[in-house]
Design a protein around this ligand. Structure first.
Ligand SMILES: [Zn+2]
Ligand SMILES: [Zn+2]
Length: 247
């Protein structure tokens, strides 16, 4: 499983970092997790064909996870010849998101759904094409936000998405199962708080990546403190835009 970060930033604009989006690649299939970045261009920068994208999966409707969908939808639905044959399901946790996009782009009360097939999902297994299985886990970041457990090639990756302040909603799967990687957000919680470090250290995985980090709130020094605290349990890496990791 290959994970490419298209954007690792959060809701406040900053230099050299787009908002959250990542691509999971298994073989020649690609799966997009969140779309806060301008994915239309970034996917092409990484040589990813739109025809090979199996799905776009949105953790929650905040703009730093969804704004890239607006341009992507406009282009793919609007340029019929250039995108002929593209068929991508877009999984969102609530209908309000795509109804707003439909209104904004097309002044319609329903989504067009020609090439991008918007659909809502409920907690539980939301996708399984025999290559990748995605399980949506309820968290408390918003009334309708989810973490994702990704399973492929015998590997398991937890993608927390945004969590509630001080992460009381840290997904139980992180402590109950042996995962190969945890991708944690770093914008809503100071990661060097003792109680937070204890929660993160309780994970049964040896590798953790922090993305969606607000580095003025979680400074390098704070992350280093967490890194030292968990050093006997796991490695800790901060992801930046265009970083690629293999699981
Ligand atoms: Zn966010
Ligand atoms: Zn959010």
């Amino acid at each position: 499983m290959k994970i490419t970060f298209l954007g690792t930033s959060h809701g406040i604009a900053e230099a050299h970092a787009f908002c959250s989006s990542a691509v999971v690649t298994v073989g020649d299939k690609h799966y997009v997790i969140d779309a806060g970045a301008p994915i239309m261009t970034l996917l092409q920068n990484h040589g990813i064909s739109f025809w090979d994208i199996q799905g776009i999966f949105i953790t929650h409707s905040h703009r730093d996870h969804t704004l890239g969908l607006v341009e992507f939808t406009l282009q793919v639905e609007g340029f019929k010849k250039q995108f002929a044959g593209v068929r991508i399901p877009v999984y969102v946790p609530d209908t309000a998101l795509y109804l707003k996009i439909a209104k904004f782009l097309f002044n319609q009360d329903e989504m067009v759904n020609h090439r991008l097939m918007y659909r809502t999902y409920e907690p539980g297994v939301i996708f399984d094409d025999g290559t990748l299985r995605i399980t949506a886990i309820v968290n408390q970041h918003t009334a309708c936000s989810r973490s994702f457990l990704l399973e492929a090639e015998g590997k398991k990756v937890l993608f927390t998405g945004d969590l509630k302040h001080d992460i009381p909603d840290y997904p139980a799967v992180a402590t109950e199962q042996d995962l190969d990687l945890i991708i944690t957000e770093g914008a809503h919680t100071r990661l060097n708080k003792p109680e937070v470090m204890e929660i993160l250290k309780s994970s049964r995985t040896r590798h953790m990546i922090i993305q969606h980090r607000y580095d003025k709130y979680n400074t390098d020094e704070m992350v280093d403190e967490l890194r030292r605290f968990v050093a006997d349990k796991m490695t800790l890496t901060c992801a930046h835009d265009n970083d690629v990791f293999y699981v």
